[in-house]
Write a protein of this length. Structure first.
Length: 314
């Protein structure tokens, strides 16, 4: 019936967009219809975007063109949340995702706009609790404790960057739910919850991994080197590439002797080989070309006789 995604940290807007886009490619069921998408930009502004049909393909437009990427303010948002499902939901779509630029964002799957025991929308109560100074966890738990039979599962983000996820007891009993949560050492957070979308067991982790990678570039490129056919490949205990002052490979070191004593193909320049210059380690290779070798020399790298390869710092 719905999928909800929330994120806090660098590129939060891009992260949830790419997460939903991935779900739309592989999943079946209540998806590719409406989207309510809300971000808090890096300047602290609240921005809303919505569509009734087409999901991410129609959410953002550029003139007459649909299917475009979000604008820069959205991609680089510090906090973002969405709810999406099938087409043509009751308007206004803003009722499905409550938000305040200074308090936080409240998204959910199932029926977040349903009435609480107090007679007001559940997601409004959670947002009100955030406005009153409660944390994401406190706000969510307090509302669900008073509404144990509510048909909802919340992803709540507060003003301090906390992200908390919880299904109401009623939803916990459903056989079709999925959820996943990711957090980096630097504090970036990403959460997804869904139901009535298949495959319910594996979809959420996939969405989380694809979305979260937009927030945490684990291997930023620190530099490049060039490698050409004819470079010698020798045996050593540690895989490495020796480069000169101009960043040109002078020797490949491999811990696999079979690359040095016969003609063959494979990972001659292994992933995360050390990149060394005059004994100083510059980093580790980020790309692994398929190499052909003969007589202790490189012949080709991924079909090329000259190739540029990136490396990251250690």
């Amino acid at each position: 019936m719905t999928i909800a995604i929330g994120a806090y940290g660098p590129n939060a807007g891009l992260a949830i967009f790419e997460g939903l886009k991935a779900a739309e490619v592989v999943a079946e069921g209540a998806i590719r219809g409406f989207v309510m998408f809300v971000v808090i930009t890096s300047s602290g502004e609240l921005e809303r975007y919505e569509t009734q049909r087409g999901g991410t393909r129609t959410l953002f437009t550029d003139g007459e063109t649909t299917g475009v990427a979000p604008p820069e303010t959205v991609r680089g948002a510090i906090a973002a949340a969405l709810i999406s499902s099938g087409p043509d939901r009751p308007v206004p779509l803003a009722q499905f995702l409550t938000a305040d630029a200074t308090a936080g964002l409240v998204t959910a799957h199932r029926v977040p706009q349903g009435p609480s025991v107090r007679g007001i929308p559940l997601n409004v109560e959670v947002l009100d609790a955030l406005k009153a100074g409660k944390s994401a966890q406190e706000a969510t738990q307090s509302v669900l404790a008073q509404n144990p039979h509510a048909d909802v599962g919340f992803i709540t983000l507060d003003r301090h960057g906390n992200l908390y996820m919880q299904n109401a007891p009623r939803v916990q009993k459903r056989p079709d739910t999925g959820s996943a949560y990711r957090k980096s050492p630097t504090g970036a957070k990403f959460g997804v919850m869904h139901n009535a979308i298949e495959p319910h067991g594996s979809l959420a982790p996939l969405v989380a991994d694809i979305g979260f990678r937009q927030m945490t570039d684990a291997h930023p490129i620190a530099g490049w080197f060039m490698v050409s056919a004819g470079v010698p490949i020798v045996y050593g205990e540690v895989d490495a590439v020796e480069v000169d002052a101009d960043g040109v490979a002078q020797q490949i070191v491999t811990s696999d002797r079979t690359f040095t004593d016969r003609a063959r193909s494979g990972g001659g320049i292994y992933l995360h080989s050390l990149v060394r210059q005059d004994g100083r380690i510059l980093g580790k290779t980020l790309f692994e070309p398929i190499c052909t070798v003969s007589n202790g020399q490189l012949l080709t790298m991924s079909g090329q006789t000259t190739l540029r390869i990136s490396y990251t710092q250690i």
